[in-house]
Design a protein around this ligand. Structure first.
Ligand SMILES: Nc1ncnc2c1ncn2[C@@H]1O[C@H](COP(=O)(O)OP(=O)(O)OP(=O)(O)O)[C@@H](O)[C@H]1O
Length: 194
């Protein structure tokens, strides 16, 4: 069945504060959305609701396809080499070493595949987290600040990986403060903090 994400009248309350309400979005194969808004507006909360990690206050999330979430934490074992850590997740996702190697290439990480995760720089850790998502081959990518800490070249690689994923029928939702080229992405501004 075709990959699909459908948000209907989604609302979110954190603590006693309403962050957003009545949020609608429909994405089909190759679709993308760019979530923007000031600090604390609820961008991460929205991604977490879509991922099923946070309950919505109102509305529904319908999805067709496997989902991957790349959040602030890389979720990679610090004492394993980058390749081992990615292989661990890839196997859980039903993928193999070839998928990990392809993902390392997408994020230009092959040269440091044998370095322990704990020794990676901020930007390298971000690229490693993105490689984890790429290797997992999920249909729907939820990317929280994917360009944070990336240099110009790495950001271009990320954009190319996103474009390839979409051309294969995948869906991408990215929350970002950084410029990120996603042609024809739906703009999803989350309201200002009061
Ligand atoms: N566990 C929690 N309980 C109550 N409120 C929370 C909790 N976690 C986060 N919040 C609040 O929810 C609001 C939205 O947070 P969220 O991380 O979704 O915003 P954001 O738009 O991603 O922000 P940023 O741009 O700074 O990453 C913030 O005001 C935050 O303080």
């Amino acid at each position: 069945m075709a990959t699909m994400l459908h948000l209907v009248a989604l609302g979110c309350v954190r603590g006693d504060r309403a962050l957003f309400s009545g949020l609608d979005l429909t994405l089909g194969p190759g679709g993308a959305a760019l979530v923007t808004g000031p600090n604390g507006a609820g961008k991460t909360s929205l991604l977490r609701i879509i991922a099923g990690l946070l309950p919505a206050q109102s509305g529904t999330v319908e999805k067709q396809g496997m989902l991957a979430f790349a959040g602030e934490q890389a979720a990679l074992s610090r004492n394993q080499t980058l390749e081992q850590a990615l292989l661990y997740w890839a196997r859980l996702d039903g993928q193999d070493a070839a998928d990990v190697h392809a993902a390392l290439d997408w994020m230009a990480l092959r040269a440091i595949a044998d370095i322990p995760v704990r020794m990676l720089s901020t930007g390298q850790t971000k690229r490693a987290a993105l490689a984890r998502v790429i290797a997992g081959k999920a249909d729907i990518w939820l990317l929280d600040e994917p360009a944070n800490g990336l240099d110009t070249e790495s950001r271009a690689q990320l954009e190319a990986a996103i474009s390839e994923h979409r051309s294969q029928g995948g869906i991408v939702i990215a929350a970002t403060h950084q410029p990120l080229a996603m042609p024809d992405a739906v703009e999803l501004p989350i309201g200002a903090v009061t």
